[in-house]
Write a protein that binds this ligand. Structure first.
Ligand SMILES: *Cc1c(COP(=O)(O)O)cnc(C)c1O
Length: 374
């Protein structure tokens, strides 16, 4: 875990006079986010004029907190900076060939505007097109092309009617954009409505605020809402050990105190985390702050993110090296989301060496061979 120095933000000229109480207010973080290339360029002290064309297609945004995690502003290969700084590769027609804006047909598999029903027992709600940070590797990068706005109360009511009528639905996934950028009042409305639908057992909030704006969870109002709505799980999105800070640890403690479990999804990203050392450090860091690693994803075939793709087998290779060396509760499932909305499939290292009618031969994590009766 990374322990940030006291008033670590004051090393950046723009925030040198920002008092602690303002910096630690999640609303201040969103209000004062860096929204364009010009401001990013002046904070970094780096000329970014060669990236103007990308910005006109895929917008730019980061919270001051997340940007301040960058260790050296002059190092454009910093793993945090690579997730927020646009690249000309995003709009390179050769590199992005074969990518799609909606590879999983989320819009087509929508019986109601904003709601995707892919698996029988769970639905996904796209609650807003706003994020406080626009991750360059976003699988839903098409929202960068829309206006930044949340859905209306009426939109939500239509989705709730659908859920109410379809009793096979047991779980609702609130996704976005980032649902935790919504004001408490709207979030409370959504969660309370879902709380009252008996056949809904689980409400999963998919949010990156814990990574990019952990002060969201210092808001007593939100904690009270989470406490009252007892179906909620939080799925967050850490990609690199540099993101796991003492501020995050404090935030997780607050979340767990409301009874909400915290799980993590990581995306395997070329040049950012696609090696054993980084993933091991990430998974250990997550365990240290009590977050359970859930999925490690192969990077999705979304137009604008293909330059982050690794070999598909890379994830299997990495997890194979970690098995036996890292606590079992720290090992996520490596998964590939199939194009066309066909669902996620897990990929595992192969531990069965041979199988006959009578015997199965296994190898363990050290390569030792064991034969047992079938
Ligand atoms: C990923 C996803 C889910 C959840 O899948 P799990 O394997 O349960 O995490 C549900 N619906 C949609 C549309 C998804 O993309």
């Amino acid at each position: 875990m990374r322990v940030l120095p006291d008033r670590f933000w004051q090393k950046v000229h723009l925030w040198k006079d920002t008092p602690k109480w303002e910096w630690e207010d999640w609303r201040w973080q969103i209000r004062n986010r860096i929204k364009n290339l010009n401001s990013l360029s002046s904070v970094l002290g780096v000329d970014l004029s060669h990236l103007k064309d990308v910005e006109s297609v895929f917008r730019v945004g980061t919270t001051p907190y997340y940007l301040s995690l960058v260790r050296d502003f002059k190092n454009l290969n910093d793993p945090i900076l690579m997730q927020i700084l646009p690249s000309n590769k995003e709009i390179d027609p050769v590199i992005q060939e074969g990518g799609e804006l909606d590879p999983f047909n989320e819009e087509i598999l929508s019986p109601v505007e904003g709601l995707t029903h892919r698996y029988p027992d769970r639905v996904l709600i796209r609650s807003t097109s706003f994020c406080s940070v626009y991750c360059r590797h976003c699988m839903r990068k098409r929202i960068f092309l829309e206006d930044e706005r949340g859905r209306s109360y009426l939109d939500f009511e239509k989705m709730f009617s659908y859920i109410q009528e379809n009793k096979q639905i047991k779980e609702v996934i609130l996704s976005g954009g980032d649902p935790l950028t919504l004001p408490n009042k709207k979030l409370d409305f959504i969660l309370s409505r879902l709380q009252r639908i008996d056949h809904i057992h689980t409400v999963r909030i998919g949010s990156r605020e814990l990574v990019v704006n952990p002060y969201r969870f210092m808001d007593e109002g939100l904690l009270e809402i989470l406490e009252r709505n007892d179906k909620v799980w939080l799925i967050t999105h850490f990609n690199h050990p540099d993101e796991i800070t003492d501020v995050v640890k404090k935030a997780v403690k607050n979340i767990l105190s409301t009874g909400v479990p915290v799980l993590n999804q990581t995306v395997l990203l070329k040049g950012i985390n696609d090696n054993v050392e980084t993933i091991e450090k990430l998974l250990r860091g997550l365990l240290q702050v009590k977050i359970k690693p859930y999925y490690l994803f192969y990077c999705d075939p979304t137009k604008g993110v293909l330059h982050f793709r690794t070999d598909i087998k890379k994830g299997v290779e990495i997890l194979e090296k970690l098995r036996g060396r890292l606590s079992g509760i720290g090992i996520p499932t490596y998964a590939v989301d199939l194009p066309g909305g066909l669902g996620k499939v897990p990929l595992q290292p192969e531990y069965i060496v041979e199988e006959t009618d009578r015997f199965i031969t296994f190898r363990n994590f050290e390569g030792k061979i064991v034969k047992i009766q079938n």
